[in-house]
Ligand binder design. Structure first.
Ligand SMILES: Nc1ncnc2c1ncn2[C@@H]1O[C@H](COP(=O)(O)OP(=O)(O)OP(=O)(O)O)[C@@H](O)[C@H]1O
Ligand SMILES: [Mg+2]
Length: 256
């Protein structure tokens, strides 16, 4: 096992663990995300995927191990410090404001850039040309510009997932983490999401949690399979697609 972090990696985890009381939610996980790499984590319910995101973002402290972002050990750093280094994430459960429009949600996302509060939001963001331009660009990237002034409560589920990606992209991340962006979306919206994720700037390193195998395997360069907090296996999308062990694991847990 590699014991030191890879200084050239966008993200490096070494022997990362997290316990909740007696539950070992994440157990001794080590991997790297290289610059520009698309790494997908799949796994059964309760495997520890979202907990891993919370550990990387700094929302939960580590029980053991080390996490580095762009070569810097952030294991004890606050979430805002990690965000300031270019880390952006979405959540498994939507954090959008349903009563606000898509653009207004983006203004909220943009209220801090690199961890610094932007004063203009407090006055009238719609009159700040920089904020308007940045929100327009983020909406354009996820093909939602035509819905800029529509309230999120009127969005389809797939559109809310697209907007969440836009919220993270608006922060100009260098390392983007998406937690199940395809959860609950329709087949046609799924195709669109795959396109969107594949079209992301290659400078952005992507860590994706995805239950939906089609999305996971279409987007990833490399796949990690988690089970019961541990790394069950890893490989290329083809290796994972053809793995009978992975198929058995999923079938055993009631997945397709
Ligand atoms: N805040 C918490 N407090 C206590 N236990 C937790 C907490 N968060 C997660 N867990 C437990 O840790 C384990 C891993 O949960 P986690 O949400 O990380 O799994 P997951 O792989 O994201 O699952 P899913 O596919 O259902 O989203 C589960 O047993 C869960 O109940
Ligand atoms: Mg989860």
């Amino acid at each position: 096992m590699t014991t030191s972090t890879d200084k050239s990696a966008a993200l490096s985890l070494r022997n990362v663990s997290r316990n909740f009381g007696g539950i070992r939610a994440v157990s001794d996980i080590s991997f790297d995300v290289r610059h520009g790499e698309r790494l997908t984590i799949i796994g059964t319910n309760g495997a520890g995927k979202s907990t891993l995101f919370n550990l990387i973002a700094g929302s939960y402290p580590l029980s053991a191990g080390e996490i580095s972002i762009f070569g810097e050990d952030v294991s004890k750093q606050a979430p805002s410090k990690r965000a300031g280094m270019g880390l952006a994430r979405t959540f498994q459960t939507s954090k959008l404001f349903a009563g606000l429009t898509a653009r207004e949600n983006l203004f909220v996302a943009l209220h801090k850039t690199n961890g610094v509060q932007r004063k203009s939001l407090l006055a009238n963001p719609a009159k700040d040309p920089a904020l308007v331009a940045e929100s327009t660009e983020a909406l354009r990237k996820v093909d939602l510009l035509q819905k800029a002034d529509v309230r999120v409560s009127e969005f389809s589920h797939g559109e809310t997932r697209q907007l969440e990606v836009a919220m993270a992209l608006a922060l100009n991340p260098k390392l983007l983490m998406l937690d199940e962006p395809a959860a609950g979306i329709s087949p046609s919206e799924r195709g669109k999401l795959i396109e969107l994720l594949r079209a992301l700037d290659k400078d952005i390193s992507l860590l994706l949690i995805e239950h939906d195998m089609a999305v996971a395997l279409a987007v990833a360069d490399h796949v990690i399979v988690m089970h019961d907090g541990t790394m069950f296996t890893q490989g290329t999308p083809d290796e994972i697609r053809n793995s009978s062990a992975v198929r058995d694991l999923y079938l055993g847990h009631g997945h397709e």
